[in-house]
Design a protein around this ligand. Structure first.
Ligand code: GLN
Length: 391
């Protein structure tokens, strides 16, 4: 066998990449038969109406390419959905790009809108894709800490992260991994800086409907003056429990959409046609669906927090999304990685080490993230296993 040298053939842009820790934990969960509370996806079925709609679409021969930036009926219904929930009016012909999940939406956006040496502001801890996405587009990241227990930022620190080279801020609200739902006042601070420094606000809003305790998601694009500066990334994945469908979209002003569509087209051509058809059914589900989704997740959050606290973890209560960040400093592990290693191999629980959400691993060494998008039985089984931790 010929051994091919990675040094000779690996591109320079990839050399600094680590494997995704989140996806790695899913593989370890399978290997060790652990309950997977690591990667964020539900272990319960998607809504029956959606499954039926996807099956129907395939049977009806919707199996060829759609228009590269999205099937017309799906773009129309996305438009309807933003009017319904946020009273936002969009032009589906000029402001929307349907992508293969928000993951593609984000990277297509950055590749389309950033140049080498541009700077991007990230709130830290951050969802692990944003750093490699920035790298691939040649941008340099500036980090602004979100401070526990509330995971708020210091406006002066945020201001300090901006300069002449700043081209964009990436904001995920409701936030993965902290569960922070950014308030209107916080968003206004961010928006004002974006205006002052003439840069974009790229928002990842995939947990928009998963909010608790009366908190409501505010899309920054709805703030005065932000319509022209916001690029909104979203998907069907979390709201409709179909993370494997890979159907997302990007909303951006027409000029920017033009660029994003080109990158998207050459990267993937388009998202799966029958699943876009099922997306029409999804986005038209009654308000009741969205209310119940949030209520069910609130119950799951409380259940998982009770289980974790009984096992000795100190939990930060999330206001949204479906993760609990825990402080493990009182549990006697050497690090977050040691803790997750022990949990997956000895206790039978997979979780994500906090360090995977930080630029400096040391900053996450006391943190571990658990996902509660799971059936009651799964959360209870996690509870039984975690009881062994105390023993
Ligand atoms: N957002 C999910 C998480 O943080 C997973 C996303 C993914 O793996 N593509 O776990």
């Amino acid at each position: 066998m010929v051994t091919v040298s990675a040094q000779r053939f690996q591109s320079a842009r990839v050399t600094q990449f680590k494997e995704s820790v989140i996806r790695e934990m899913t593989r370890l969960a399978i290997q060790f038969g652990a309950v997977n509370l690591a990667q964020g996806f539900p272990d319960f079925p998607a809504p029956v109406e959606l499954k039926a709609a996807a099956q129907r679409a395939i049977a009806d021969d919707l199996n060829q390419y759609s228009i590269t930036w999205g099937a017309k009926p799906f773009r129309d219904v996305i438009t309807e959905y933003y009017r319904r929930f946020y009273n936002l009016s969009l032009d589906p012909e000029r402001e929307l790009t349907v992508c293969c999940g928000s993951t593609e939406g984000m990277i297509a956006t950055l590749l389309a809108l950033l140049n080498s040496g541009d700077e991007v502001v990230l709130f830290e801890p951050f969802y692990e894709n944003y750093w490699p996405d920035s790298q691939l587009s040649g941008a340099v990241c500036r980090y602004v800490p979100l401070r526990a227990p509330d995971w708020t930022f210091d406006p002066d620190q945020l201001r300090g992260a901006f300069n002449k080279k700043t081209r964009a801020v990436i904001l995920n609200t409701p936030n993965n991994p902290t569960g922070r739902v950014f308030s209107r006042a916080e968003l206004e601070i961010i928006a004002e800086l974006c205006e002052q420094f003439d840069c974009l606000l790229i928002t990842d809003e995939i947990y928009e409907h998963i909010t608790f305790d009366g908190k409501r998601h505010v899309p920054p694009i709805t703030l005065p003056g932000m319509r022209e500066r916001c690029v909104l990334v979203n998907s069907l994945s979390k709201t409709f429990s179909v993370t494997g469908w890979r159907v997302g979209w990007v909303i951006a002003p027409p000029e920017l959409t033009n660029s994003i569509r080109k990158v998207h087209d050459f990267l993937t051509v388009g998202a799966a046609t029958p699943l876009q058809a099922a997306g029409v059914t999804a986005l038209r589900l009654p308000d009741e669906y969205f209310r119940t989704l949030a209520e069910n997740y609130a119950g799951k959050r409380d259940r998982l927090m009770a289980v974790l606290e009984a096992a000795g973890f100190r939990c930060h209560k999330p206001g949204g999304a479906y993760y609990v960040m825990c402080d493990i400093s009182n549990l006697g592990f050497g690090s977050d990685v040691d803790c997750c290693d022990h949990l997956v191999k000895e206790i039978g629980i997979a979780a994500v080490p906090g360090s995977s959400f930080f630029s400096d691993e040391a900053d996450g060494a006391n943190l571990v993230r658990f996902c509660f998008a799971k059936r009651t039985e799964t959360l209870d089984l996690a509870g039984e296993r975690l009881a062994r931790l105390r023993a």
